[in-house]
Design a protein around this ligand. Structure first.
Ligand code: CA
Length: 234
């Protein structure tokens, strides 16, 4: 249970590739980067798993049996719930017209096979640095609060704050998207993980602890309670 909770803040990458050998190469390298992995071999499976798991990024092969990668991408990018998930398309096609088509469907990046694993991983990290900066070890700032994900430290002004691991992950989620209103369920998914059951009121308890830690020296409370919706930073 503790391991599942600890892993919840680690980015989840969905690998969509029908060729087993190519899929395993991707999985191997993404695991080596420290990401959590989900796998799909068809477009239908990719759409199902995206709805079920809400991955942080999708590596999507263009040529798939059934629903093509292009169509999967187009569908994901037309839905509000999935639009924000970065999609890195893989394709054996190198013609410029295909590249344009790939980007027109809303793919965030595009890599042509045979690709360099080093380059692909760099592009994946670049996308995740944009959407999951704390998970990628970036230093985040909000007002006088600084969260150093690499050193696992939080400062308010010059004071180092002592946060528990859950409060740290809560603050990291907030600081990755200042102003975003998170429902309790969304915070449970991000901070505790989907695979374990935690009562929604547990979120309130840890929000309370986070506020207490942030305001210990009399600073203003940066966490906003949004009635009927959840919580936001700022
Ligand atoms: Ca393929």
């Amino acid at each position: 249970m503790a391991a599942a909770a600890a892993s919840a803040a680690i980015p989840l990458v969905l690998v969509v590739e029908d060729e087993p050998a190519q899929r395993e190469v991707l999985v191997y390298n993404l695991e080596a980067e420290g990401f959590r992995i989900a796998k799909a071999a068809t477009g239908d499976e990719a759409l199902l798993l995206t709805a079920e798991l809400a991955p942080d990024l999708i590596v999507l092969d263009w040529m798939l049996p059934g629903v093509s990668g292009i169509e999967v991408c187009r569908r994901l990018k037309t839905r509000d719930e999935t639009r924000g998930i970065p999609v890195v398309m893989l394709s054996a096609r190198s013609e410029e017209v295909d590249l344009v088509r790939g980007l027109e469907t809303g793919a965030d990046d595009y890599v042509v096979k045979p690709y360099s694993v080093v380059e692909l991983m760099a592009r994946i990290r670049a996308q995740l640095r944009r959407t999951r900066p704390a998970a990628l070890g970036q230093r985040l700032a909000f007002g006088d609060i600084v969260l150093d994900a690499e050193q696992h430290k939080v400062f308010r002004g010059d004071t180092m704050l002592r946060l528990g691991p859950t409060e740290f992950r809560l603050l990291a989620a907030f600081m990755e998207k200042p102003g975003r209103v998170w429902s309790r369920e969304q915070l449970l998914d991000r901070v505790w993980g989907r695979d374990i059951y935690v009562d929604a009121r547990t979120v309130d308890v840890h929000i309370g602890r986070l506020r207490k830690a942030l305001c210990r020296d009399g600073g203003a409370d940066p966490v906003r309670t949004v009635r009927g919706a959840g919580y936001a930073l700022g």
